[in-house]
Write a protein that binds this ligand. Sequence first.
Ligand code: PRT
Ligand code: ZN
Length: 283
Amino acid sequence: MAERIRIAIQKNGRLCEKSLELLKKCGLKFGCDSRVLNENCSNFPVSFIYVRDDDIPSYVDKGVADIGIVGLNEVEEQCLNLDVVRNLNFAKCRLSIAVPDWFNYTNIKDLEGCRVATSYPNLLKKCLKKYDVSVNPVFVSGSVEVTPQIGVADAICDLVSTGTTLTMNGLKEAKPIFFSSAVMIARPNYKNEILHRLLRRLDAVILADNYKYVMFNLPEEQIQAVANLVGGVKSPTVTNLFEKGWVSVQIVVEEDRFWEVFEKLKELGAQGILVTPIEQMTR
Ligand code: PRT
Ligand code: ZN
């Protein structure tokens, strides 16, 4: 049987769907039956192991899996010697210290000696070291937000994305201490031709995710203004329209700049603006 590399993926939860979507965009075909715990990809030499996210770093460390997709928070918390081979642009969140609404928080020193409930005691200690603040971590594996109300802790340290959960539990965010997103991990210096091929595909998908393809009609005299606007791209692709004085233009725009460019295009008289995502892209 041909060699395969094993990829550990979260079975259920916030990482699962996006991880599978990313691998599908890389052209990998697989079943996605939620009852299956491992399966082979039918058109690329990888196999998937579906597990809890907490187990992914140690499975990669022990060689049960060759690579894994997991939150950076989990990797850092477990203090294992692993390489982040790619940062993936999803499951973004921050690990923050939050205090009850009545807590008169002015700066991080106010937390000195506090009992802080968290599922991330190692990360909490590591991050607070640089502020020269020492707290008493209280480990809880879930429902962290409720601990100040029931007298188990003075403050909490938990993942935050929108902040709604904190507000709903009478807490306010005091200090973000660590920023996380999903990452692909491997053992240090793990090198493999199959991984190399997968990363090449992944890079094309990640790059494409950061751009949009924009097509529009434009008064001919505005071409230079558009070329200036999207500097960095060699030049816009321009085709003549049947109607004299008008051209059809195609450009690639960074996601972050899209609305700014969109507004300027409208000011330049662009019409019929069509925007599409890009599936894959190489430089
Ligand atoms: O069952 P399994 O162990 O696999 O999953 P899990 O329940 O431990 O993890 P899961 O699926 O909840 O999260 C997996 C990963 O997603 C985390 O390790 C983070 O890397 C990432 N992530 C991104 C988040 C959040 N955003 C997030 N908001 N993980 C958890 N939350 C929780 C947070 O703990 C809090 O309870 O969502 C709540 C806060 O959300 P907001 O939007 O109200 O601020
Ligand atoms: Zn978990």
